[in-house]
Design a binder for this molecule. Sequence first.
Ligand SMILES: C/C(=C\CNc1ncnc2c1ncn2[C@@H]1O[C@H](COP(=O)(O)O)[C@@H](O)[C@H]1O)CO
Length: 175
Amino acid sequence: MNITVFCSAYSLDERYTTPAAEFARLLGEGGHTLVWGGSHAGLMGLLADGVKEAGGRLVGISVDLLAHKSYEGADELVMTRDLAERKGQLLARADAVVVLVGGLGTLDEVTEVLELKKHALHDKPVVVLDTEGFYSGLRTQLQRMDAEGFLPRPLAELITFAATPAEALDHLKEN
Ligand SMILES: C/C(=C\CNc1ncnc2c1ncn2[C@@H]1O[C@H](COP(=O)(O)O)[C@@H](O)[C@H]1O)CO
């Protein structure tokens, strides 16, 4: 399966890196392909290293602006002209999307994927690995949108929150 992962480009505390490394190991051992932003920076680099070490394949979707941060050793590295084209490729290459902890870039990516899914422009599974309850605020906001009529389809059809790396991957296997 080609699994597109959105996550932080920063170096983070162990409570975030340990579950990310575990997720990478499971992804690689499962024979999956990691599709990601193609960077060696922070959590993105840790994830790619972990997948590679565990025998998985790496497809990086980089962008001209961040070419100097590109990961060396990806099986495939695609250069895109801008962030919009990169987001398009990250989704087009995906069988499923997994979201790890991240900042504004990650939030931008997952929001776009959900907006496109809302409009039925794709129907790929989107799973958030909610490490340490990092996304409890986003979850609460989305639940409120769902409860108060801001979404055209049930939230449960748009996104799933998983507590552990294994739970995230199990959900993808079932869907
Ligand atoms: C952290 C530094 C540079 C950032 N380098 C990036 N390289 C590749 N992809 C990136 C980078 N920054 C953002 N992205 C994309 O957005 C997501 C991460 O952004 P966030 O704000 O950290 O959540 C990630 O999924 C990428 O696709 C300087 O060392």
